[in-house]
Design a protein around this ligand. Structure first.
Ligand code: UGY
Ligand code: MN
Length: 248
């Protein structure tokens, strides 16, 4: 990657952060053996979740997350499979993902060179409501719906819309020139990864040109707006804490 000395597009503010690939720092962790990890978003920023990229340096086998934590894994490259609760190994295919609820026994297998994006957070249970089960699926399995009536801004919800889920993970597709209809402000936070294309993201009072591979943290009440400025389409994956009262 071409980079000027001492320059990065990454930026960190009280209620938001932009993390661009030019500043990625790779680490290793004991519970992710044979993998390199880039932590895009963590509680150290103020977020209540982690979002990280994992690259298998050789064939890698990963055990479950910490107790009480839910895990979402999106395949980005290479061969990825998962064994859930002692079942057969199942392939996480093209644009595939797996949701693993808190305390769900599983093994994740990444062939050398495979890349996944992982989101983890402490699961927030709801009284008298069953916790969700595991889900293995793929983005194209979901019919895209216009967002707020705009058919140039399409939305796919990757997780079932039931009370047991305490979060949403969605894919949003913007036609060239399409934008969010207004500057949103809400108590929920976001973790976002731009999958394709680009545009301009407004975060608080900053305006950022963004491109595929960029990650964004939007904290509670971060004013936010996006426009797929220019001739390119844009697509992003976006996480939101959801379905739970702000008082907890
Ligand atoms: O679901 C959302 O809050 C979403 N529309 N926010 C965003 O795209 N920044
Ligand atoms: Mn939002």
């Amino acid at each position: 990657m071409r980079q000027s000395f001492g320059e990065t597009r990454s930026a960190f503010h009280r209620r938001h952060a932009l993390i661009s690939a030019d500043s990625h720092e790779r680490v290793t962790l004991p519970h992710w053996p044979d993998c390199g990890l880039v932590h895009l978003i963590t509680p150290a920023l103020g977020a209540e979740f982690t979002l990280f990229l994992v690259t298998a340096e050789t064939d890698a086998e990963i055990g479950p997350q910490k107790a009480g934590v839910e895990r979402f894994v999106l395949r980005r490259e290479g061969r990825v499979s998962v064994e859930i609760e002692g079942g057969e190994a199942e392939t996480v295919g093209e644009e595939g993902y797996v949701y693993l609820p808190a305390d769900c026994a599983h093994r994740l297998r990444l062939d050398e060179g495979a890349v996944v994006l992982v989101l983890e957070r402490n699961y927030c249970a709801l009284a008298d409501t069953p916790a969700p089960g595991p889900t293995l699926n793929a983005i194209p399995a979901h019919t895209a719906q216009p967002m707020k009536g705009d058919d140039r801004l399409m939305l796919q919800k990757l997780l079932p819309e039931v009370a047991g889920f305490d979060m949403e993970i969605n894919v949003m597709d913007f036609a060239p020139g399409a934008s969010l209809p207004y500057v949103e402000t809400h108590f929920m936070e976001h973790g976002l990864v731009l999958l394709n294309g680009g545009g301009i993201y407004r975060l608080e009072n900053e305006w950022y040109p963004v491109d595929a591979g960029d990650a964004i943290w939007m904290g509670p009440y971060c004013p936010q707006w996006f426009g797929a400025i220019g001739r390119r389409k844009a697509r992003y994956l976006i996480y939101k804490n959801w379905n739970r009262d702000p008082l907890g």
